[in-house]
Design a protein around this ligand. Structure first.
Ligand SMILES: [Zn+2]
Length: 82
């Protein structure tokens, strides 16, 4: 498996980030990433999301964090100078 397209790399990303990808697939993915800035950016961002996912076991923000962010946004709207 060589010369992946961006779509083919995208299809491999979940396994790639999970480490469940085969060696051949990983080599092909890395070869594609070496030549494709767009996919490199996607992988970098997904790695960050993947780390969060492993820490928290889910992708959505905890309710407490959502409430805190919402309160900060509302406070900023009411008093933009603070
Ligand atoms: Zn690509």
């Amino acid at each position: 498996m060589t010369d992946l397209t961006c779509d083919e790399l995208d299809a491999l990303l979940a396994e790639f980030l999970d480490g469940t990808i085969t060696d051949d697939q990983r080599d092909a993915a890395l070869a594609h990433l070496a030549t494709c800035d767009a996919c490199t950016i996607v992988v970098t961002e997904m790695r960050g999301v993947g780390a969060l996912f492993r820490q928290h076991g889910r992708l959505r923000l905890p309710d407490a964090a959502r409430a805190r962010i919402r309160a900060q946004l509302e406070a900023a709207e009411q008093d933009p100078t603070s």
